[in-house]
Structures are given as structure tokens and as C-alpha cells.
Design a protein around this ligand. Sequence first.
Ligand SMILES: [Fe+2]
Ligand SMILES: [Fe+2]
Length: 306
Amino acid sequence: MQEKQETPSKQSSASVLKSLSDRRALPMFPGVISKLDSALNAPSVSIDEVVSILSADLNTFSRIMKSASGFRYGSQPPKDLGEAVMRLGFAETRALTFAVAYTHSFEKPKNFSMATFWMHAFVSGLAAKEISAWLYRHKKMRVCDAPTAFLLGLAHEVGCLLLDKLNDEAFGRVVDELKTSQESQASLEHKRLGTTHAVIGAALLKYWGFTDNMVMAVAGHHFPARLPLAQQPIADMVLLAESMAGYMGFDNGVDKATPGVLNGFVTERMQVIGMSEADFLRLSERIKDALAEEDWMELASSTGNT
Ligand SMILES: [Fe+2]
Ligand SMILES: [Fe+2]
């Protein structure tokens, strides 16, 4: 009976997107990413071309310059953006551009820490990349390429930002309830809001024109077994990536995760894809190294406040 009172805050994914779109509050996919991707996917690309795309976006420009001034590259900062891109290489430049442009597309949420949220997204992105490479090396499964894996890790929780934006009071009640509830975030959202961050996030990726596999990976990242068999591995990759982030102490800021603990549901999915706990731990050690190399923490804080 009590659920009846919550009905006004319940909406389907289509109506959530429509409400946000009507309020002109639906984030656009960052143009710099689309432009960079089409340049990098062309048969040949010049540094000048990449530089002219990146220099049009101030946030990306300053981040790339900063990253290329890190300790790995000696004491001299790069003299210009071209040198910075050469130092980082196209793959790293692309990952940083994704991270910067994507994070700057959203406003600060009302109910959770943006810096915590982005850190979870970055660690999940790095983890997804490692897991997709591991699946190929050890299981001969080509789930997706590295940039796609990174982007999925980065974007898998985007629905949290949309739910917060749509109705911050209703989402705030869910966030409060999660502090003491034993229920998962997705199941509580479904009960109280009629949809979940996974479904809404997937709807946004679909609207942005992402492939069906990517959309389904986000939609099913809490329940890979409910997807068609062919799409389960990519959703498992996202689930394991975000679980690795939680295991390492980087929860999404909405729902708690206990560092150092893997829940039973995740270990079941690891068995399905044939990953042992030792494999999981080895991969998380690699993420720690990647985190130390690039100052993701600083990027999360500069984008998010708290
Ligand atoms: Fe999630
Ligand atoms: Fe997550």
C-alpha cells in the first residue's frame, strides 16, 4: 500500500528521457569525442589534425598538457599540444579526452559526491579495459576493443546522474534508504522509482547512438544472466569492472561497497566466465599501477567538487 504514495515519482525509461529532453536537461554526447574518433578511425591521421580537434576544447587541452607534464615524461613540460599528444600516444590521448569531455557534460548531482562518483567511473573504465584484454588472452573471447571497454566502464552508472536530475527528492530518498537497507541499489530504485539507473543509463546510450551491445551491457550490468547469451560476456565485463572498483574502495557514491569483499553474486558470474579470485586480484593490482601512473584522483576532484 505504501508504494502507492510513491507513484508520482515512478516513470519508465522512455518518459524519463522525454521529461529531461523537454526540460532541455538531457546531456549531449560530447562533440570532441565524436570528432576525435572519426579522425582516429580514418585510414591515416596526422598529429596536426588531432591537435586542432583537441585544442577546440579547453578542458581537454589543459588536461592533456598536464598529463604530458607528469613525472613519466621528465622534468620539461611539453612545448605545445602536439608534443603532449606525441608523448602520451593516441590511445592514452583518446582515453583522457573521453574522460575529460564526458565528465564535463554533467552538472553536480544533489544527492551524492560527484568526485566519488567519477572516481568509481574512472576505476571501472580502467578495470573494464584490463578485463576485456584478459578475456581475449585467456578465454579467446573478443568482447569489445579497449576504447569501448573504457567508455563502458566510464559510462555504466550515468543513469544515477539522470535519476538525480529528474527528481532529486525522490532519488534522495532512495540514496538515504540505501544507507541502511540490505537491498541493492537497482532493486530499491525499481521499487521506489519504477526504473533503475542501469535502464535509464542504457536509454541515454541508445539515444547517443551507441551499439546494441554497448546499450545492453549497461542495461544488464547488474543482471547479466537476464540478457541473451551472446550479450552476457560484455555485461559481465562491466559488472566485474565495477565490482573491482568497489573491491578497491571506490564505490559509486550512491550505494556502499565493502572494500576487499566480493559478493556471492559476483563470484557466481566469475565462475561463468572462468575467472578465479586469484585472477581478479592480479587484475586489480594492475589497476592500482594504472591509477598511480595517471592522476585520475585529481581529475575526479577537479571535475566534481564533493
Ligand atoms: Fe550500477
Ligand atoms: Fe558501478
